[in-house]
Design a protein around this ligand. Sequence first.
Ligand SMILES: CSCCC(=O)C(=O)COP(=O)(O)O
Ligand SMILES: [Mg+2]
Length: 220
Amino acid sequence: MTGWTVLDIEGTTSSTESVHVGLYAFARPRLGPWIDANRDDPEVRAAVEEIGGGTTEEVVKVLHDWMDHDVKATPLKTLQGRIWAAGFAAGELTAHFFPDVAPALRAWHAEGRHLAVFSSGSVSAQRPWFAHTEDGDLSVLVERWFDTVNAGPKREASSYRRIAAELGGTDLLFLSDVPAELDAAAAAGWRTTGLRRPGEPSEDADFGPHPVVTSFGDLR
Ligand SMILES: CSCCC(=O)C(=O)COP(=O)(O)O
Ligand SMILES: [Mg+2]
């Protein structure tokens, strides 16, 4: 078995609740103090400028509004990711993965399949998310990490072409719970499979022409 399987996180490897309730609630009260403490950090300064600048209070108001509406804006993801990374490092956060995910990732890796992640969550959040799971450190199984900064928006085919150029090869499979993301990957020539997990927002989604599974255990 060769080629790459590229994983979405929220709704695919992990529950929406674990991201929205666990991670978002952790970041929300910390955004303002974090920005104030790290104003001189180039990444933080760039994120604040991209939001439009202003006082910390004004910036946080925009960030909270994006979080309330689950807008996956890159500057929000950058700042959240840094706060979550600190939370994982301090032992204050643990990642949630659906029970079928760790056994499947270990089996695919053992068979020689390459694994990568493409999520709206920043790479600085993706790595500790995979490293601090109830099933142990899954980050050692993942060779490449992509987000909206180093790949581009998840609903645009150009992002999947960019990732394909980075990974090389032609056997590329993208797993996601969002049909528009699968459409973009398919337009770039990738194989796709939708995750319709019970209790997730994608439960009633129309996946159109994409194959659909409810668990990683159903994937060959
Ligand atoms: C652990 S990474 C943080 C998850 C996150 O913030 C997010 O927006 C996940 O979106 P996805 O593209 O993986 O559905
Ligand atoms: Mg998702």
